[in-house]
Each structure stands twice: as structure tokens, then as C-alpha cells.
Ligand binder design. Structure first.
Ligand code: 5MM
Length: 341
């Protein structure tokens, strides 16, 4: 492992005003997204849509530090035959790859999941590195509900995340460590805080036990928010304060940066929360975005699977990328949203 080089990549992933595009939807998820806009999920449509994003040259070069790809995409060529990885690199962004095999039922823990994909991971990392991946991603999923999360779920997922992270660094790839506490339930913000704190404590314990260099990871956590079905909404300020409180309690200063997932927040909520945290400032790590839905919902809607809508899709993507770039600097304002409409 060349720690200096890994650290350089991790720092580039969270460079000021830049964040990560999570475009690593697996086949089932991208089909769901395409169904919602009336587009067919064919190889060519998936390529055309992703090419639309990666060829949004200004947004990619200024605001998007890296792109998380799915296995299909890292092997795919653009319409003109250029590998999509090259399109990303030429735009000045880093290609990355999702390497987990998704969440599967966790034995003896009803309604809980464990992320699988450790078998053969070293060999897959070697191949992905050859295809141009500079970083990887593994997502653990922790749900909140009656009697969950359990200690078993948190501990097994933390262990797997650290196994993945150690293998990545050993193979010269920066791991994005993504423990996601879901916001799907009816829990309030304080329950989210407790589950997030418990998860992050165990994750960093495992990273330490498995000798992962914290200087060469990027953490991708959820924000501390109330569940979607909770009647009591938290303000932007409360979510920002509680998220920073839990991160300060759990994340060592050696970590270069934290790139949040959006988790089902609206586009504007995800931007406002990130902005509010960066306005508070005085933090030991960079705080930026690694959004999937909150960067892509608008361009997907604008594109709707039609070639003539590519410029509209790119405009919508560039706008969200700019808004989140401003939020990563604590310089976003709500009225900037209206100006683009
Ligand atoms: C883009 O969505 C990613 C892949 O999801 P599946 O494996 O379920 O197809 C997902 O892992 C994503 O990277 C993160 O959850 C962040 O995305 P959001 O939409 O929460 O910002």
C-alpha cells in the first residue's frame, strides 16, 4: 500500500467545493428509476443516460470529484466508442466502483440485512484497478424499527465494512465506507442519532482493529434526520447540529473527508442540510456530498428517456451539482434554486 498516494486520492475526492456522484445503481434499482420516468431499462438507454451525466463537462470538471460506477458501466463504451471511464477522466473526475454484492437477510435477525461480497473481493479489486477505478464503495444498511437495529446487525456489518476497507487499501484503492442508517421508518431524530452513534462507534472500532489507515478512507454516512413517516419534522438547523454532534463524537480527525448520502431526502433538503453544517464550520474534516437520488432525480425527470431531452437533463444535473458544490462551501442560498427554474 502506498499510503501517500491513497491519501492524495482521498483528499481529491473531497476537494473544496467538489463531491461525488453516486451513479452505481444496480440493475434492479436503475430499472425502478427508469420505470418512474417511462424509460425502458436497456443497455443502450442506461449507457445514454449515464453518458449524459458524464458529458456534462462543466459540472463534472468543477463540482464532481468522482463518480461511483456499477460493474456494467465501468466496462461500457460511450456511443462514439470511448470507454465511459475515459469520458470521466477527461472531464477531470475520478472513476470509482461499487464492489459490494448488496444487502442479504441476516441469519437469526428478522428484518435485518448484512451486505455480502467479500468472497473473491481481492481479485475483483485487482480487475477494477486495471479498468481505471481509483476508489471503491461498500454500503451497509441499518434499519430502525421495533427491536432493531440489533447488536448482531451493527457488529457484523461493521466487521464486513472494515474487511472490505482493508482489502481495498492493500490493493491500492481508496475505500468509501458507507454505513447507512435508513430514514424509512417512523422514528424521531433522536432515535436516528442513537442508531447512527452506535453504528459509527462500531465501524471505527473495526477499522482500527483491522489496521485500516484512516487517512486513506472517505466516510459516507447518513445525516441525522427523523424517519420519513415520523410526524415530528426536525428543522434544518436541528438536523445539522445533531449530525455534527454525532460525527464529532465518532469520527477521528485523521479522516480526510465525509461525503454524505442523501437517503431519500428531497433535493433541496439534502443541499440545505449540507450547507447548514458547512456554515457552522470549524470541523477537522471536509464535509461534502456523495448523492445518488438528490443529484439524479432532476436530470432523470428532465431526460425521460428521450434523446432530444439530453440538453435539458444536463442542465438539471449541472444545476444540482452547482447547488451542492455551494453547499459544500457553506455558500448556498435557497433563492438560487428559483433562479434556475
Ligand atoms: C445510487 O444508489 C446506490 C446504489 O443502490 P443499489 O445498490 O440499491 O442499487 C446507493 O448505494 C447510493 O450510492 C447511496 O445509497 C447513496 O445514494 P442516495 O440516493 O441515498 O444519495
Amino acid at each position: 500500500m502506498n499510503l501517500a498516494e491513497l491519501n492524495r486520492v482521498a483528499e481529491a475526492m473531497v476537494a473544496p467545493g467538489r463531491g461525488i456522484l453516486a451513479a452505481d445503481e444496480s440493475s434492479a434499482t436503475i430499472k425502478k428509476r427508469f420505470d418512474a420516468i417511462g424509460a425502458e431499462s436497456t443497455d443502450n438507454n442506461r449507457r445514454d443516460y449515464r453518458e449524459l451525466l458524464f458529458r456534462s463537462t462543466e459540472a463534472m470538471s468543477k463540482y464532481i470529484s468522482g463518480v461511483i460506477l456499477y460493474d456494467e458501466t465501468i466496462r461500457q463504451n460511450a456511443k462514439d466508442g470511448t470507454p465511459l471511464v475515459k469520458v470521466i477522466e477527461r472531464a477531470g473526475s475520478l472513476p470509482g466502483i461499487k464492489v459490494d454484492k448488496g444487502p442479504k437477510p441476516l441469519p437469526f435477525c428478522p428484518n435485518e440485512v448484512i451486505t455480502e461480497g467479500l468472497d473473491g473481493l481481492r481479485e475483483r479489486l485487482v480487475e477494477y484497478r486495471g479498468l481505471g477505478a481509483k476508489f471503491a464503495k461498500w454500503r451497509a444498511v441499518i434499519d430502525i424499527g421495533a427491536g432493531i437495529p440489533t447488536q448482531t446487525c451493527i457488529n457484523t456489518n461493521a466487521h464486513a465494512l472494515a474487511r472490505y476497507a482493508a482489502l481495498c487499501q492493500d490493493e491500492g484503492i481508496v475505500p468509501i465506507v458507507e454505513p447507512e442508517v435508513l430514514m424509512d421508518g417512523d422514528h424521531d431524530i433522536d432515535r436516528c442519532y442513537i442508531a447512527t452513534e452506535w453504528t459509527l462507534k462500531r465501524v471505527f472500532e473495526q477499522l482500527y482493529d483491522q489496521r485500516v489507515a484512516l487517512e486513506a478512507i472517505v466516510l459516507k454516512p447518513n445525516m441525522v434526520v427523523a424517519g420519513k413517516k415520523c410526524g415530528k419534522r426536525a428543522t434544518v438547523e436541528e438536523a445539522a447540529e445533531k449530525t455534527l454532534k454525532v460525527l464529532k463524537a465518532c469520527v477521528p480527525a485523521a479522516v480526510p473527508g465525509i461525503a454524505f448520502l442523501s437517503g431519500g431526502q428531497s433535493d433541496e433538503e439534502a443541499t440545505a442540510h449540507l450547507d447548514a453544517m458547512n456554515r457552522i464550520g470549524g470541523l477537522p474534516w471536509k464535509l461534502t456530498f456523495s448523492y445518488g437520488r438528490a443529484l439524479q432525480a432532476a436530470p432523470q425527470q428532465a431526460w425521460s428517456g428521450k434523446a432530444e431531452n439530453v440538453p435539458a437533463g444536463q442542465k438539471a444535473f449541472s444545476h444540482r451539482a452547482l447547488m451542492n458544490s455551494l453547499a459544500a462551501r457553506g455558500q448556498w442560498k435557497a433563492d438560487l434554486e428559483k433562479k434556475a427554474a
